[in-house]
Design a protein around this ligand. Structure first.
Ligand SMILES: [Zn+2]
Length: 429
């Protein structure tokens, strides 16, 4: 993470906008928040799952707003709403602005849909002033990213990027309804999902604005920031085997206590995580056996998850933990094994798009802070199709996936202007 104060972009503005992004965007976010299962959003937040009546209701609003902004709209067979703002240049390629419009259960009203509504606000500003761009813009409102209904995430963006796995169609929700059945009932044809994939040759890139879901922007007193990468994730299952025995009779210096060894390992992990830049992680689950008040534990299992925007840092961490486990095992006379059970690679944001975004941030009078995303986003799926850039928007207290999720109207205004400046100055090669 660094503050970029050297880069200057030469903006060639032939027009500027008197457009209240903050007010329009916040009004619409509040209207969209009413598309939820429980009207008491203050206490219950927003619950808008994939292919539900709430999804249908928000599609109606978004379709209206897109059309008001001069876009033509279509709902694809993966349940994504696409709004097209066409260029006067028929040979123009397409820049995609997108995010998801589903929520977690009792989530916030900004996560996901804010990025879609900000995109529509930008197009509204262009449309109001009678402007088009030298390229087409597609606003993509992904029906599923969170995976809260079918426990399978980023269905919408995967479909657009050609990465949809058709075995997902057999997944069931808590009522036993398969994704395929839910799609059909929604009026979609799941057999057509492969045809939703876009042709990479026709796409310029993907831009997503999303709430930060963390505290860094607030700590730096900044409304927005530029994402460098979405972290890769590694999960390991750790098992420690010692020797059980009577807690009152086995001498302390001859014990092979698996739980004591686990404690040392966890402290070593935490220390390394705190010392290392661009690395975060947690031990989130632990169990000890036999699990009795007067018996020395002989078997401990715990989970280890760590994330980094750089694969190299993540691999170094893995090597370091392995060496630490060996030293602790030798000292405590136990056996420690670590098995990697999950790995996902980091997704790097495109340097030139991010530079253009940083220049647009500077244009609004703010320092462009570069930070990584520890959470997953649609950009990961879209990166299989095209280069991506992401703008983070400050959220109060870093709170997200919670009814108290909050973004100020002023910050929405800055985010909207950043995106519009970006669109204005962006010149496809
Ligand atoms: Zn999100």
């Amino acid at each position: 993470m660094n503050i970029d104060t050297h880069f200057d972009f030469d903006f060639d503005f032939d027009f500027d906008f008197d457009f209240d992004f903050g007010q329009l965007t916040l009004e619409r976010i509040n209207a969209a928040a009413r598309c939820t299962t429980n009207a008491d959003t203050k206490n219950f937040g927003v619950t808008r799952l994939f292919l539900t009546p709430e999804h249908r209701a928000v599609l109606k609003l978004l379709t209206e707003w897109m059309q008001t902004a001069g876009m033509s709209t279509t709902l694809d067979d993966a349940g994504n709403l696409r709004g097209y703002y066409y260029s006067d240049n028929p040979q123009g390629k397409t820049l995609i602005i997108g995010s998801h419009i589903d929520s977690v259960k009792q989530g916030g009203k900004f996560d996901g849909i804010m990025g879609v509504i900000l995109g529509i606000s930008c197009i509204q500003a262009l449309h109001d002033s009678g402007r088009s761009l030298p390229y087409h813009v597609m606003i993509a409102a992904f029906g599923d990213e969170e995976g809260s209904r079918f426990q399978d995430s980023m269905i919408g963006s995967k479909a657009l990027a050609g990465g949809f796995d058709s075995t997902s169609l057999a997944r069931v929700d808590e009522n036993g309804i398969t994704m395929a059945e839910a799609m059909t009932a929604f009026g979609l044809n799941p057999d057509n999902i492969p045809a939703c994939a876009l042709d990479a040759q026709s796409i310029l890139g993907y831009l997503e604005a999303h709430i930060e879901q963390g505290p860094l922007l607030a700590q730096h007193n900044l409304p927005v920031g530029i994402v460098t990468a979405i972290t890769g994730i590694e999960r390991q299952a750790i098992e420690i085997i010692g020797e059980t025995g009577h807690a009152g009779t086995v001498p302390m210096d001859s014990r092979q206590d698996a739980l004591v060894a686990a404690s040392k390992a966890i402290v070593a992990i935490d220390t390394y995580l705190k010392q290392t830049t661009d690395l975060v992680g947690v031990v989130g689950e632990i169990s000890a056996a036999p699990g009795s008040v007067n018996v020395i534990p002989n078997r401990v299992q715990f989970s280890l998850e760590f994330r980094s925007p750089e694969t190299r840092i993540r691999q170094q961490a893995s090597d370091h933990f392995q060496a630490q486990f060996k030293a602790i095992a030798d000292e405590a006379n136990v056996k420690i094994t670590a098995k990697t059970v999950y790995q996902s690679e980091a997704t790097t944001c495109d340097a030139s798009l991010s530079q253009a975004l940083a220049a647009a941030v500077k244009r609004t009078g703010h320092n462009p802070l570069h930070l990584f995303s520890g959470a997953g986003h649609d950009g990961q799926a879209m990166a299989k199709l095209t280069r991506i850039a992401m703008l983070f928007v400050r959220c109060k207290g870093g709170i997200s996936h919670h009814p108290d999720e909050s973004v100020s109207q002023e910050d929405l205004d800055v985010a909207g202007r950043v995106m519009l400046y970006f669109l204005q100055q962006y010149q496809p090669a």
